[in-house]
Ligand binder design. Sequence first.
Ligand code: SF4
Length: 456
Amino acid sequence: MNHLSSETFRENARAALADKHLRGALKNATSLFGERRKAAASSLPNWEDLRSQARATKDEVLSHLDKYLEEFVRMAESRGAKIHWARDAAEANAIICGLAAECKARVIVKSKSMTTEETHLNTALEAAGMQVVETDLGEYIIQLADEPPSHIIAPAIHKTRGQVAELFTAELGIPPTDDIGQLTRTARATLRDRFAAADVGISGVNFAIAETGTIVIVENEGNIRLTTSLPRMHIAVMGIEKVIPRFADLDVFLKLLPRSGTGQRLTTYQSFITGTKRHAHDEGPEELHILLLDNGRSRMLAHPVTRQSLACIRCGACLNACPVYQQVGGHAYGSVYPGPIGAVITPQLMGIAKAAQLPYASSLCGACREVCPVKIDIPRLLLHLRGEISQRKGSPAERLAFKLWARVMMSPALYKMSAVAGRVLQRVVPISRAWTSGRDLRPVERRSFHELWSDE
Ligand code: SF4
């Protein structure tokens, strides 16, 4: 229903700005998340140290990713997990569809996973004749609405209570009610039935510990616990960047992630899964498959500037803090990864040509950098991507103009001369309307700052 393209971000954003319900829902949710994050962060006196520590761990991993992945695979396999590698989305979906078919799966339950959203796994499984049921309440709502998620951790953030009530009446046939308790009980009863019928459970992964081969998944609803333990087969899908070296490193991330995401000190559930069950009477699936997805991540890793994008722990804090996201929401980005980090990751995953407007969807105010628990310098990454775009798309005249501009800005003498020339030329040289349609071009002042200063 609402599957917009990254290529039309400007049009999408204009439409979103005209939607009062959307803007109301976004304002309430993002300010609430923002306030809670602030309070939760201030409850830890060493918050800044934790951020630095987390970033140092991520940098260590990204400098030796091959080593830590090999260690993780060795340890996970030694505990009975089966590992699969996928170069891209098509390969990942083919592997998962194959595993589900081997298991003769008819019903598959899924917990929230941005990585499987990235590969459009549900479409592939449904095309293979399987019923896929999202079990996170927010994901379930947008699945009923046939919409993509609009936030990394709160997929239905754009929907008001009234809209969810109408959806449940239309799709689940319940009498009209906007009582949240009643709506939640309805979803719970429907989902319980699907859990009982499911042959395969598919989850994402928050962290994968190399030292022990453990995967860690955090949540609030208990649906991940059921997804990963009730069906016969559990398939965990993770980007290759999710690995961390040691169990001891987890402490820092478990302090940062919930506080940054929802403002919680701890999520309600943390699942630590190390291999398959040891004894027949133990709880848990008979088979555990872990799929490691590249899908453009090696390319990001290879570049010294874009590498830091892989440090992201998908907390969503930068979305809540971003003045652009707060106004237009997630769908306008036309990508499963919206907001500031989405504007960085999407062009790298999809290719710059398909998402060239996204790096400009930012005022570069730096709010995203301020809140990021792993200190990703998102404005710098956006500028880097803008530079790449202008190298490809800018006209020769524009490229020459920027080269000259850079030369002038680096030389005080040339700068003074250009200011004098600018005062004269601005009266006779026409300014491109393409430049001034979306930004102001202030006239050059009659007297320079230096001249005004020397008068004082
Ligand atoms: S870039 Fe930082 S703030 Fe944004 S989702 Fe990733 S970890 Fe969170």
